[in-house]
Design a protein around this ligand. Sequence first.
Ligand SMILES: *Cc1c(COP(=O)(O)O)cnc(C)c1O
Length: 346
Amino acid sequence: MIDLPPPSLRLDFDSAALADNWRTLDRMSGAASAGAAVKADAYGIGVARAVPALSAAGARDFYVAHWSEVPALAALVPPEQVAVLHGPMTGADCAFARVCGVRPVLNSLDQAARWKAGGGGPCDLMVDTGINRLGVPMDALGDPVLAGLEIDTLMSHLASADEDSALNDRQLARFAQACAAIPARRRSLANSAGIALGADFAFDVTRPGLALYGGVPRAEFAGAIRQVVHPKAAIMQVRRIAGGEGVGYNATFIAPSAMRVGVVSLGYADGFLRARGPNHALMHEGARLPLLGKVSMDMVVVDLAASPSLGEGDWVDVPFDLPAEADRSGLSQYELLTTLGMRLRA
Ligand SMILES: *Cc1c(COP(=O)(O)O)cnc(C)c1O
């Protein structure tokens, strides 16, 4: 087969920044070691890119949500380093876990019973200390079905670690009770934001996701976390439009006078959602190229006035400083990452 021609859209990936972020989070985790949440295709940047860099940096615990995410990950790291957060909802999930050699995170007494019925083996156990999402409730920790499980990691998940909320200390106290009640090889409570809450929250393993990929969930991380991915898109066509002409669907932008505009190969299918349309800009060497009209599926139109030398085939930068873009768009830093489209992934 003939090689693919060069793309008009790409995601520059800074593997050194990802490795540095992991090392920073590992150091901030104190005596605990940092794992890595790589669910949702490593938050949209691509497991195939992210996991080898994380593994080389020293990460030994990887978390995905779905069973469908196991094969891509198990091709890159030993299966005993993989835990599946959604847990076994069926006997088929249990059989799959056992054959692959990955650990299910048991989230309920039913899941624990199902895992034991299928023959058991190493597993993790999620306890609900107050997020009221997945996890065994505190008042069920004495249930006999939990006895005799081979628990690698006893875990819980913080609901408000990105805020100075009283819920953090309440969850910490409940998790300490759970640790006293349930024997396990290791304990884990903190996500990215939880790592900044201090040594008490670190236990044996931390589970950062967002901050690995350049997100800043709490002020403590500002300046310590580096941007990992840099989307870039090419100008496909330069047009001169007359004053009074509309741009894009529904002509929501009308040129006030003659303009030179660029049609750029980037759209909402690539994760550049319409929330990033009006008042946003693409960039070129520090110059702002304001977006004109609506974001389309595969293209946007920008004003080239600030960079008159730009022409067809030239690349422009898509701003992706996560805290800044989240403030500007109303999207969360998580959404900015996980909506990166297939055309940008590894
Ligand atoms: C997604 C997830 C994480 C990672 O959270 P971040 O806020 O991205 O650091 C950790 N633990 C669990 C259970 C998760 O679902």
